[in-house]
Design a protein around this ligand. Structure first.
Ligand code: AMP
Ligand code: ZN
Length: 112
């Protein structure tokens, strides 16, 4: 049994508004959006953060980054978007399953 919130979302044990999935990654809406469009993109495989990532994860992380603009386009972010990845306490990381925030569609609020 995993204690990781985002592994639970991946496994369907915690509900989420999933907007994209493929064999390696998953995207769902942030529960506390800081912009009109705010979603998170995670690898299916648990990696805590960039400190935890290994050379073998290079392809996976590259794949996610190349998938983000496709999801952003589906979400209507035609004029652009912000991509954020927090690492550790100093980066205000709250959930220790690596995730890219993608924000856009209007003003950002309370995003630190
Ligand atoms: P971070 O500070 O980078 O770890 O960001 C964690 C993000 O996960 C925050 O923006 C939260 O609003 C979001 N979050 C927490 N719980 C959930 C959940 N159950 N479903 C979707 N997003 C969540
Ligand atoms: Zn996890």
């Amino acid at each position: 049994m995993t204690e990781c919130l985002f592994c639970k979302i991946r496994d369907g044990e915690v509900p989420a508004d999933i907007i994209f999935e493929d064999d390696e990654c998953l995207a769902f809406c942030d529960i506390n959006p800081k912009a009109p469009v705010h979603f998170l993109v995670i690898p299916r495989r648990h990696i805590a953060n960039l400190w935890d990532a290994r050379n073998a994860d290079e392809g996976l992380l590259g794949r996610i980054q190349l998938t983000i603009p496709k999801i952003a386009k589906e979400q209507g972010l035609d004029s652009g978007f912000r991509t954020v990845l927090n690492t550790g306490p100093g980066g205000h990381q709250e959930v220790y399953h690596i995730h890219y925030h993608v924000l856009g569609g209007g003003p950002f609020t309370g995003f630190n």
